[in-house]
Design a protein around this ligand. Structure first.
Ligand SMILES: *Cc1c(COP(=O)(O)O)cnc(C)c1O
Length: 390
């Protein structure tokens, strides 16, 4: 049956697993071209290799990151797997260096996949009392001579903002490639590839999709060789982003900047409100004068904002008292600000720190807030009321 051309105004949702290659000549040419791993092939072959609906959204993300290529995968963790695996070269694999102050899942991936299963020579750079010691970082780079250095600009849940220019200068001095997980920073606040990073990954599950209803990851870069390696690895390791989800992500990405500006605005206002509230102790938000890395945040983000994440401490007379107040605070917000272990949604959600990060941060009474885009008065009202009743 001959298909009619439809004058669609959006990239259609192409759900086919395999594409119609029509004849032997075209098939041979398509498979020969495939060896080149182009980002956008002339002929699509099989959706696991490349899918036009997915590629259309990758192009939207390339615009956001201002980079030459972007590759979507099914989760943020899959993006991390692709980003680091392109540097794995059998017995010739050199050591890798990761900041320790990164997403907990990434630390688990390092322990259970990279070390336990792949037996790779992986090293960690630890923060000291929430700050980075650059003398120590340089010592490690010199001693280990890692293939790459992996870090996040904004840590979680303490929201330490790194002096990224200095980290990247040091990495380059020791010829280490640079991988940045920019999920918290987002391309709105910082575009690491413009500053010389080699690869940027995002959990697109968070701010890029922004509605808490898609799981996705993306790897971004400029280097053509790295792109080919990443496409090859994605294809044969079977990482794949569903065209249905790509279609939805494409519409959500269009409002990313609008949403993120509002996340930043609300978080800043809420941070100031909480800092002045008698029932709240410390408030960690990089935009506050009191934040230990405010200087780094201003240097990196300028006047664009300071992100949508905010961590604060409910006052109490003892650990037990704090724990109890924290539980009552969470219960009071059950219908307005639910306890949901993710972030970056348009709706405000919270997460208590102790039950999640207790081993690393045994802090009863501390709550991490992913600030949404609701009317700020509404947010202050909900939180204020929950605090009044403590
Ligand atoms: C959530 C998250 C990830 C993992 O992403 P998934 O989409 O959950 O696989 C990686 N890095 C950071 C900073 C995250 O917040």
């Amino acid at each position: 049956m001959k298909k009619k051309e439809i004058n669609a105004s959006h990239t259609p949702l192409y759900r086919e697993a395999g594409f119609n290659l029509q004849n032997s000549k075209r098939t041979k040419e398509a498979f020969a071209a495939e060896l080149n791993h182009a980002h956008e092939p002339d002929d699509y072959i099989y959706s696991r290799y490349r899918n036009p609906t997915v590629v259309a959204v990758e192009k939207q993300i390339m615009e956001l990151e201002e980079c030459n290529w972007a590759l979507l995968v099914e989760t943020g963790m899959a993006a991390i797997d692709v980003a680091v695996s392109v540097f794995q070269k059998g017995a010739a694999t050199r050591p890798w260096l990761f900041f320790h102050e990164i997403y907990g899942g990434t630390n688990s991936f390092i322990d259970t996949v990279l070390i336990k299963r792949r037996d790779l020579d992986v090293h960690r750079f630890y923060a000291k009392e929430g700050l980075y010691d650059f003398v120590e970082l340089e010592r490690m780079l010199a001693e280990i001579q890692p293939e790459f250095l992996y870090f996040e600009a904004v840590s979680n849940p303490m929201l330490i903002v790194a002096d990224v220019k200095r980290i990247m200068e040091l990495a380059k001095q020791y010829s280490a490639r640079i991988i940045v997980d920019n999920t918290f920073g987002t391309p709105y606040l910082w575009k690491p590839l413009l500053d010389g990073a080699d690869l940027v990954i995002h959990s697109a599950t968070k701010y890029l999709s922004g509605h808490g209803n898609i799981t996705a990851g993306v790897i971004c870069g400029n280097d053509e060789e790295l792109m080919k390696e990443a496409i090859e690895y994605r294809k044969w390791a079977g990482h794949f982003f569903s065209p249905d989800d790509a279609y939805r992500l494409g519409t959500q990405v269009k409002t990313f900047e609008l949403r993120f500006r509002k996340h930043c605005e609300n978080a800043m206002e809420l941070a100031e409100y909480l800092e002045n509230h008698p029932k709240i102790g410390e408030v960690l938000y990089p935009g506050l004068e009191s934040h230990p890395t405010r200087k780094e945040a201003v240097a990196l983000f300028g006047d664009k904002g300071f992100g949508g994440m905010l961590t604060f401490d409910i006052k109490g007379t003892s650990d037990e008292d704090k724990r109890e107040k924290c539980n009552r605070f969470i219960a009071a917000l059950e219908d307005t600000i639910p306890l949901v272990p993710t972030l970056g949604e348009v709706d405000t959600i919270l997460l208590p720190v102790e039950p999640v990060w207790g081993a690393k941060y045994p802090l009863p009474g501390v709550i991490r807030l992913s600030v949404g885009i609701e009317k700020i008065e509404k947010l202050k009202g909900w939180i204020g009321e929950a605090l009044d009743n403590l």
